[in-house]
Design a protein around this ligand. Sequence first.
Ligand SMILES: Nc1ncnc2c1ncn2[C@@H]1O[C@H](COP(=O)(O)OP(=O)(O)OP(=O)(O)O)[C@@H](O)[C@H]1O
Ligand SMILES: [Mg+2]
Length: 346
Amino acid sequence: VSTIPLREFILKVPREEASFTASDIVRTFPRKISRQYAHRILRQLVEEGKLIRGGSTRGAFYALPEQAEQVGLAVKLRLQNRGLQEDAVLDELRARLPPLNTLKRNVNEIFAYAFLEIMNNAIEHSESARIDVEIQMVRGQAKFVVEDYGIGVFRKVMSQRRLGSELEAIQDLLKGKTTTAPAAHSGEGIFFTSKVADVFDLDSFGRRLRVDNLIDDVFIVDAKPLKRGTKATFSMAKSSTRELRDVFQRFASEPTDPSFDTSEVKVKVYSAVSGYVSRSEARRMLSGLDKFRTVTLDFQGVQAVGQSFVDQVFRVFPRQHPDIVLRPINMDDPVAFMVERAKRSS
Ligand SMILES: Nc1ncnc2c1ncn2[C@@H]1O[C@H](COP(=O)(O)OP(=O)(O)OP(=O)(O)O)[C@@H](O)[C@H]1O
Ligand SMILES: [Mg+2]
C-alpha cells in the first residue's frame, strides 16, 4: 500500500486531465478516504494558493495554478500595439473567457472601467510595440494584468513634467489629475483605477507602487527583477460590494455635481526626504493640489512633523489658496499639536 500523503498525491501525481473534482481524488487515491477529508485538504490547498478552484460549489473542479488558462479560468493575449482599441480588446477577452461574463453587476462595472483605463494607457502612452494582457478568474478574485515594453509610466511622467525622480512621479500620480497629454487626457485613469481595486500594482523600471485598499495603505518599493516598460496588475474580490459611482462620489465635493475636485494625499509617501520638516518638502507635497477644491491629508503612519512643514501646509498654502479646503485626518497627538499651532497663527 502506497504511503503517499494526500496533499502530495493531489499536487504531484500526474493526471491526464488538467482539472479534477473531489470525487476524482477519492476514487484514484490509493487508500480509502472520506469525501469530507478530500474536501478539507482541497480547500486548504486552495487557501494556500497551491490549487485553483473553478465552477460552482456543487460543480467545483480544481487545477494547478499554471493550468488556469487550460481549464478556462484565465486567458492571455499578445497584441501588437497598432490600431488597437481598448473596448475591442475587452470584447475579445469576454468571448474567450466566459466566466468573465458572470461577474456581479457592480464588480463587472468596476472591472471593465479599470481594464479600459489601463489598456487605454498602454495603447496611448506606452510607446510600446507590443502589449500583453491576461485575465484570471481564480481564488474568488477577478484579476487582470496589462504589460507593455515601452518607456515606463514613472519615467514618462518624471521626464515630461521635469520632476527630480521617479518617486516624485509616483507621488504626483497618486494625487490625480497628473497627465502628460492635457489636450486629450485628464489624468484620472490611474487615480480612480487605484481606488476601485482591492489591490492595484504598477511596476516599472525597478519601482513598484502598490495601492492596497483592503488595508487602506500605499507602498512604494524597489522591485526586482527590473520590469522594462510598465506592468499594471488589478485585482478585486468577485464578492465585492463596492460601487463605481460611490468611489467617484468620494472624490467629488458636491453630491449633485460628480466632477473630480477632491484629492487625498497619504503624507507617509513623502517620508523619503527629511521627515516632514522642511518648507520645500511641504511645497512638493502641495504641488498640483491647487487643481482641487478639497484635499484630505492622511497622516497615518506619520509620528512627527516640523514647524516649517506645517506652517507651509496650514498657514502659507491656505493664504495663497483661500478656496481650497485642507482636511487633515489620522493625526497622532504630536502631529495634531503642531497642526493646531500652525492654524492658530494664521
Ligand atoms: N503604460 C504607460 N506607459 C507610459 N506612460 C504611462 C502609461 N500609463 C500611464 N502613463 C503616464 O501616466 C500619466 C497618467 O495616466 P492616467 O491614466 O492617470 O491619466 P491620462 O491617461 O493622462 O488621462 P485619462 O486617463 O484621464 O485619459 C499619463 O498621462 C502618461 O504620461
Ligand atoms: Mg489614462
